[in-house]
Design a binder for this molecule. Structure first.
Ligand code: LLP
Length: 416
């Protein structure tokens, strides 16, 4: 395990978290390089070439994380021109990038074409026409996969389910053939793949396999029409245990996909895992400002808020919160809440904890959708980030300073 107690103090690999808090301050994101690498290997070991793994950059886009994954041979799934620029800045290859997202701008398309990405995951008929135009203007042919919405229920939080008819994502099944035919007819489109992404934090394998069956049937149908689909991208979405939930076994899932694809033949598979690579590889360190007894319950007021970790406020997500220094003091039931002026600003409700002013707490499993979703709400500088590797800890993102927060703002000039 990468986050363990040693001599009564929680460590990231071999580095004590109290030492990191002292050196870099709090709130602080701390990642374990070994954990990210071993999560990656868990996928890569069961995914022989030519199949590809494209890490979903949105989960954690720090350059150090992207660089580590690039060195492990990762491709990347991006959803903006900004994410592509990050991948390139981190040493990733554009030729290993797939570009997802429902509303790609002309500028983003042009930039991705110039960089020579592997594939555009196209989500609508209108996007296909726009991409054809932009590719024509550049005198190139855009590699395309159609993102189909297979209408399967991923049984996850409604905000992160994406594969239902009611969601904005992907091309409806009944339109997919027509859009593929149109792609085949357009001069600056090369129809090469199909993809889907049915949601995130999915805890059972069956919705993934149902979606795979639906897409594989479509591959066969399109091939029969002479549209030569050569790759199938099943997106991301494998959940992780936040509260000891059972999660799908990665190798069983990957083998089940490969078995199905082999029946169809000549098909390269892609996956876009995010959370499963970085989720359990990060913690958010926070310090207790006050213990405040309340009329109904007590509060632990900590220095990290919803602007630092939005998941509890946005999805009522559960993250374990544990003390950095183990102790025997009597525990009480407390709400762990942040400094932001909103009742929704909490990290955990009704937790069994004992902590006093100055104590450090670790919010667990915060490596995915933690820092990347953080904001400056309440004019709070975003946290620093540190990567640990064995005995070594390195600052991989400086804490913002206040002047960063109003950079580019201007006071109105007064008319004379
Ligand atoms: N591919 C596409 C097209 C996606 O939209 C996503 C995530 C992924 C891959 C990666 O999914 P993962 O393997 O991480 O489940 N902010 C939410 C999660 C939103 C996920 C959005 N799409 C959260 O904190 O739970």
């Amino acid at each position: 395990m990468s986050f363990d107690y040693k001599r009564g103090v929680l460590h990231a690999e071999n580095v004590a978290l109290d030492r990191l808090a002292e050196q870099f301050g709090t709130p602080l994101y701390v990642y374990s390089q070994a954990m990210i690498a071993s999560n990656w290997k868990r996928f890569a070991d069961h995914w022989p070439a030519p199949h590809k793994l494209c890490y979903a950059v949105k989960a954690n886009s720090n350059l150090a994380v992207l660089n580590l994954l690039a060195r492990l041979g990762a491709g990347f799934d991006i959803v903006s021109g900004g994410e592509l620029a990050r991948v390139i800045a981190a040493g990733g290859k554009a030729s290993n990038v797939v570009f997802s997202g429902v509303a790609k701008s002309r500028e983003e398309m042009a930039y991705a074409l110039e960089q020579g990405i592997y594939c555009f995951n196209v989500e609508s008929a209108a996007e296909l026409e726009r991409l054809n135009d932009v590719a024509a203007a550049h005198g190139v042919i855009a590699p395309v996969s159609l993102r189909v919405n297979p209408d399967v229920d991923a049984q996850t939080h409604p905000y992160i389910a994406t594969g239902l008819k009611a969601n904005k994502f992907g091309i409806a099944m009944q339109d997919a053939r027509d859009v593929a035919r149109r792609g085949q007819a357009l001069a600056h489109i090369n129809m090469q793949g199909l993809d889907c992404h049915i949601g995130s934090q999915i805890l059972s394998m069956s919705p993934f396999l149902d979606a795979a069956d639906i897409l594989l049937n479509l591959v066969t149908d399109l091939r029969a029409e002479g549209i030569n689909i050569t790759h199938l991208d099943m997106g991301g979405g494998i959940g992780i245990p936040y509260q000891q939930e059972n999660t799908p076994d990665v190798s069983t899932y990957l083998h089940a996909l490969q078995e199905r694809a082999e029946k169809v033949g000549n098909l390269t598979l892609l996956l876009e895992p995010g959370r499963a690579i970085v989720g359990n590889a990060g913690v958010l360190l926070t310090q207790v400002e006050f213990h405040k007894p309340g009329a109904d319950k007590d509060f632990l007021l900590v220095d990290a808020g919803m602007n630092d970790l939005m998941r509890p406020a946005l999805y009522q997500a559960y993250h374990d919160i544990i003390p950095v220094a183990q102790h025997e003091a009597d525990k009480a039931i407390v709400d762990v809440v942040g400094p932001v002026c909103e009742t929704g600003d909490f990290l955990g409700h009704a937790r069994h904890l004992s902590a006093k002013e100055g104590d450090l707490l670790a919010v667990m499993n915060a490596g995915a959708y933690g820092f990347t979703m953080s904001s400056n709400y309440n004019t709070r500088p975003r946290a620093a980030e540190v990567m640990v590797h064995g005995d070594h800890a390195q600052l991989i993102r400086q804490r913002e300073v206040l002047s960063d927060l109003w950079k580019g703002e201007q006071i109105m000039e007064m008319p004379r």
